[in-house]
Design a protein around this ligand. Structure first.
Ligand SMILES: Nc1ncnc2c1ncn2[C@@H]1O[C@H](COP(=O)(O)OP(=O)(O)O)[C@@H](O)[C@H]1O
Ligand SMILES: [Mg+2]
Length: 453
């Protein structure tokens, strides 16, 4: 490619001579990035495809420019741009040199390299640039391990990661123009928020899906993109049909217990394929496994895992029977919300709990050495039998794990019950989400935090 052709493409991505669409602001990520920016480290931004990583990058660039940075000191490039006809590290160097020659001034440039995993061997180049202080570097990609494995070894202690997730419920409300300054603002707007929650559960929380009308079409095209770009192409998978069936299997079996063996049996593929594919899906941020809590590591590893998906909209789009499974989708939403917290707090760990009598608790949250929260998701608490079962499971777990308080997340039931010295708080999902999201990363949600909402 000629330098002129490269510059033309770069001009489309940058603020040099024009403004760029930055979308609706996502302050959580911009304030975190601002904080990370002051360190002398390479910043990696990871997260599922279409979660909004490129938009967050552009919002950050806009903020830098608003604070006085010369736009020409900044280069943003998306390495997945199909107009690039060359590839590899030499091409990346060529892009950089072209930018230096034609655009940038005297200052150390700031490089935003989007979808960097497209460049084979990018890690060494990044390390060289960083070590020689040739640029400040922010990279992004839609794959957890590609960005962390080799880069981790090459840049030990010299890179920090930020994960971008699809919209939290608070972000979702603000994307839907349901604005509130503080929790008092929410009183009296319950029905509006509940109807938004229904959409959040049904169509999920990808930013574009939240904003556009053609929700199902967009979700199906995301699904295809992940399958073809993040999985088939990246891992050179030949058996496309097998891959599709395992993705569908996981997306329609969220919240259920599964072992590699049980999937091998129900899909009729080899256990090695099941294991490999599952690993790829996890690295592409499509699914997340949850392990059983146990004081014994071996038992923990032997137990079946529960699988959750990045987005409930995707589950529904690929064939999950939505209307029958409200409770399971709600549980998935609670999981993703906890996962967001986890990504900000490295001391936090998440498990499910189960005893030999098959009593279960959905989430056990450990902070450091301490188990500090137990959460059960039970959509319908009206039924006496269900209610008793959930309470019984929680009490057993509270006793075994020595925790005195627990939360049951419901559709609408609210209240508190004290049983043999154990306190169980019931709170509707929408309230729980908003309270949880308003708390700092390190803090568990104390039951009293729901008050006033
Ligand atoms: N902050 C935002 N405001 C408005 N729309 C957004 C925002 N973030 C993402 N989107 C929408 O979602 C799509 C995917 O976002 P993008 O940033 O390209 O995701 P990623 O880089 O993670 O793949 C965008 O094309 C846009 O339609
Ligand atoms: Mg992108």
């Amino acid at each position: 490619m000629t330098k002129n052709e490269i510059i033309q493409i770069l001009e489309d991505w940058n603020f040099w001579n024009r403004d760029q669409k930055t979308g609706l602001s996502r302050p959580i990520y911009i304030s975190r990035l601002t904080e990370l920016f002051s360190s002398n480290q390479v910043i990696t931004i990871t997260g599922p495809r279409r979660a909004g990583k490129s938009f967050v990058m552009r919002q950050m660039i806009k903020q830098l420019i608003n604070n006085g940075q010369n736009p020409k000191d900044i280069m943003h490039v998306n390495l997945e741009d199909p107009r690039f006809t060359e590839s590899g590290v030499l091409f990346l160097e060529k892009i950089f040199q072209t930018y230096r020659e034609y655009i940038s001034g005297q200052n150390t440039p700031i490089l935003f390299l989007d979808e960097i995993q497209e460049i084979e061997g990018f890690e060494k180049w990044i390390r060289m640039m960083h070590e020689l202080s040739k640029a400040k570097i922010i990279i992004s990609g839609s794959n957890a391990s590609l960005l962390s494995r080799e880069l981790g070894t090459l840049l030990t202690g010299r890179h920090i990661d930020m994960e971008v997730f699809p919209l939290s419920f608070s972000e979702f409300l603000s994307f839907n123009n349901i604005a509130f300054a503080n929790t008092l603002d929410l009183i009296g707007r319950e029905s509006e928020i509940k109807s938004a929650l229904r959409k959040y559960i049904e169509y999920g929380s990808f930013p574009e899906v939240a904003l556009e009308e053609q929700k199902k079409e967009i979700l199906l095209s995301y699904f295809e993109d992940v399958i073809t770009k993040d999985l088939l192409r990246r891992y050179k998978i030949k058996k496309a049909q097998d891959l599709r069936s395992i993705v569908k299997y996981y997306l329609s079996n969220v919240t259920t217990l599964s072992t590699f063996k049980s999937i091998e049996r129900s899909l009729g593929m080899s256990i090695t394929s099941v294991k490999n594919y599952t690993g790829y899906l996890e690295q592409a941020y499509l699914i997340f496994p949850l392990q059983r809590f146990s004081f014994k590591v071996r038992e923990q590893e032997k137990s079946p895992r529960k699988i959750y998906a990045i987005d409930t909209g995707l589950c529904n789009a690929v064939g999950f029977r939505f209307s029958e499974n409200y409770g399971r989708l709600a549980e998935n939403i609670v999981f993703v919300s906890l996962k967001r917290k986890l990504s900000l707090n490295p001391n936090m760990e998440l498990f499910y709990w189960k005893d030999i009598h098959h009593s279960e608790v959905d989430f056990v949250i450990k902070d450091g050495l301490k188990i500090n929260r137990l959460i059960q998701v039970c959509w319908n608490m009206e039924d006496e039998k269900t209610k008793n079962r959930e309470f019984r499971s929680l009490q057993k777990a509270m006793k075994e794990l020595n925790v005195s308080k627990a939360t049951i997340i419901t559709e609408s039931t609210e209240g508190e019950e004290k049983l043999n010295g154990y306190m169980v708080k019931m709170v509707p999902l929408w309230k729980w989400l908003l309270a949880e999201e308003s708390l700092p990363a390190g803090e568990g949600q104390a039951p009293s935090a729901h008050k006033g909402l």
